[in-house]
Design a protein around this ligand. Structure first.
Ligand code: BG6
Length: 488
């Protein structure tokens, strides 16, 4: 990998502390980033290099998934960090930054490869990109790249505007849009599961699959993010990005090659084939919910409208379920269900693929209980894959029973999403980043729902905290003769 400078906006923020520094450190320990690399942290407040380095060191103690015994190595890592105070909107601060970046490049004798990571509120994306461009920071003799993280806009129009502004400073192939779900190992594993196994490859279509269910349920409520969440809701916070990304990864057909270009082309075909919603289908295919007071693991918790910072009349969605159709030959007639919500019974992200029943089932006549074959992909917090099959049970007079073939991985050994994504961005691999086309088409699909929610044209169902969401979401699946799998 090339030596480079990692320029981090928002260096005193929460994400930097919890995710970015530990990710860089783990990459460093694994020898995945060159020993001569430079990090320049930026923030509004004044900090000395020594204070900044000590904060970085502390974040490793607090948040790194592992700590090496090699203290000299840890010291070396922390010594690569410098701090520069900067006001995002002040062009003169960027001149100061350019001087520091160049001085370090010369000191370390490294090429002008610069990665700009914007770990700041999205309203600053435009102004920072503009200033990077105008200050000359972006005129490098090496490469330059930009990492940003959702939200990419608030709706279709603002997303387009943001993209126009970013493209004045960076080419599309220089922009790495993080959707941290794409960094999750089991999401990345979907392509291998589907395309490296003839067993799966042959049945990944409407001839054999009855329905697909993608769930991301959370036990946390709005936490201390009322200001953001109450204007975002589950539809913008999870559906427009993470859920649609998982859907694309699940439904995409075989790419020509396992390259960023071909995988993105396959994903794009899925989102392009997604049946657009109209006034009628929004009423029948989208379920909007909000949690009310309830019991979570023996503790009574307040309803959404009683949370600090949330108004008593808020109609914000903390739960959304949807039925989607992909209008192409592969998926014609197969419903894809997605659902996500806060304050649900369990924290669990998983994809369940339910296969069709055998066409002629000779066991049916014997009144044996045959259950559908299921492929369950657990994305988090536990990672694994399981396949449910029917099999004779030798301990039960050879009657048919269910067996599960399981693989599960322990979290601690697996590199975190940020580790993988930062590593990929540093080596210029954009496979698991959201391309602008995907972002735009996702907003396009979601846009009529945003408008219908805003005008309150969709019933807001209340569900008690600690439950599996509103009954209406069960009915959505039941209408096609199915149930949500693995609900307790
Ligand atoms: C974030 C959302 O993108 O994803 C949060 O803004 C949500 O509201 C989080 O809690 C869930 O991520 P994970 O990795 O814990 O499933």
């Amino acid at each position: 990998m090339d030596s480079m400078t990692f320029v981090l906006f928002g260096a005193t923020g929460d994400l930097a502390k919890r995710k970015i520094y530990p990710a860089l450190y783990n990459l460093y320990v694994d020898g995945k980033i060159p020993a001569s690399f430079s990090v320049i942290g930026l923030g509004r407040r004044e900090l000395s290099d020594a204070q900044f380095q000590s904060n970085v060191d502390q974040s490793l103690t607090d948040f790194s998934r592992r700590l090496s015994d090699d203290t000299a190595q840890r010291e070396q890592f922390v010594n690569a960090f410098r701090y520069c105070s900067l006001n995002n909107a002040h062009p003169e601060d960027y001149k100061k930054l350019l001087d520091l970046v160049t001085a370090r490049e010369e000191e370390l004798n490294i090429p002008q490869n610069r990665l700009f990571y914007l770990s700041v509120a999205p309203e600053f994306f435009d102004v920072i990109a503009l200033n990077i461009n105008e200050s000359g920071l972006g005129d490098t003799t090496g490469w330059k790249r930009l990492i940003i993280e959702k939200p990419f806009g608030h709706d279709l129009e603002s997303a387009r505007e943001l993209n126009t502004n970013l493209s004045k400073a960076f080419e599309e192939d220089e922009i790495f849009r993080i959707d941290h779900y794409l960094g999750k190992p089991m999401v990345q594993n979907l392509e291998a599961l589907k395309f490296a196994n003839p067993l799966m490859q042959g049945i990944w279509n409407n001839k054999h699959i009855a329905n697909v269910q993608i769930t991301a349920s959370e036990t946390v409520g709005v936490e201390d993010r009322a200001g953001y969440y109450d204007t975002s809701g589950a539809i913008r916070d999870m559906i427009q990005n993470h859920m649609l990304q998982m859907l694309m990864m699940t439904a995409m057909s075989e790419p020509k090659q396992v390259t960023a270009k071909d995988i993105r082309a396959s994903k794009r075909k899925v989102i392009e084939a997604l049946r657009p919603l109209d006034e009628k289908s929004i009423q029948t295919d989208i379920i909007r919910g909000q949690y009310s007071a309830g019991e979570m693991k023996g503790t009574q918790v307040p309803g959404y409208t009683s949370e600090p910072g949330i108004g008593p009349d808020s109609h914000n969605d903390t739960f959304v379920a949807a039925r989607l159709w992909i209008d192409d030959e592969q998926w014609k007639g197969v419903p894809f269900y997605i659902r996500t919500g806060k304050r649900m019974h369990e924290k669990s992200t998983r994809i369940v693929v339910q296969f069709k029943d055998a066409a002629n089932n000779p066991y049916a006549a014997n009144q044996e209980e045959i259950v559908p074959n299921l492929l369950v992909i657990n994305i988090g917090p536990d990672e694994g894959v399981s396949l449910q099959l029917n099999s004779k049970n030798p301990f039960n007079d050879g009657k048919i029973g269910t067996i599960n073939m399981n693989f599960s991985a322990s979290q601690k050994d697996v590199p975190e999403a940020y580790e993988r994504l930062i590593f990929d961005a540093l080596r210029g691999d954009s496979t698991f980043f959201a391309h602008w086309n995907e972002v735009e088409l996702s907003w396009q699909w979601v846009q009529p729902v945003l408008e219908a929610f805003e005008a309150n044209r969709v019933t807001l169902h209340h569900y008690p905290a600690g439950s599996n969401g509103p009954e209406a979401s069960d009915n959505l699946v039941a209408e096609n003769g199915f149930t949500w799998w693995l609900d307790e």
